[in-house]
Write a protein that binds this ligand. Structure first.
Ligand SMILES: [Zn+2]
Length: 121
């Protein structure tokens, strides 16, 4: 957790605050993006084929075993898809401000699993 200015009144607030204690703005640190790191776990399934990862329909990368790609996302809700040949998986992710999301992608047969670990910056 760190202390930053409220997006509206500049009062110093926690990045995890849901409401500014001074002006009442919701998610006063929502202007600070979060870092999202996708890492594909080493698995037998789809070993020769990349897993295509998309966020809200936009491709962010194609990962083979032990590869990773990262991007920044701002506060909001996202749909994340993974596809490896016929295998498919998806999750909904609500991104809070100023976090690090480590998302591990695991292929298992026709399923793709996402394990999400969130840390504060
Ligand atoms: Zn405020």
């Amino acid at each position: 957790m760190s202390i930053v200015e409220c997006k509206d009144c500049k009062y110093m607030v926690s990045t995890s605050a849901e409401v500014c204690p001074k002006c009442g703005a919701k998610y006063p640190a929502s202007y600070i993006p979060s870092k999202i790191i996708f890492h594909r776990k080493s698995t037998f399934w789809g070993i020769a084929v990349g897993t295509t990862v998309t966020v809200n329909g936009k491709k962010v990368g194609k990962l083979h075993n032990n590869e990773e790609v990262s991007l920044e996302l701002s506060f909001g809700d996202y749909e994340i898809y993974g596809k490896t040949n016929d295998a498919f998986g998806k999750i909904s992710l609500s991104v809070l401000p100023a976090r690090i999301y480590n998302i591990e992608i695991e292929n298992a047969g026709l399923a793709i699993h996402f394990n999400v670990l969130v840390a504060e910056t």
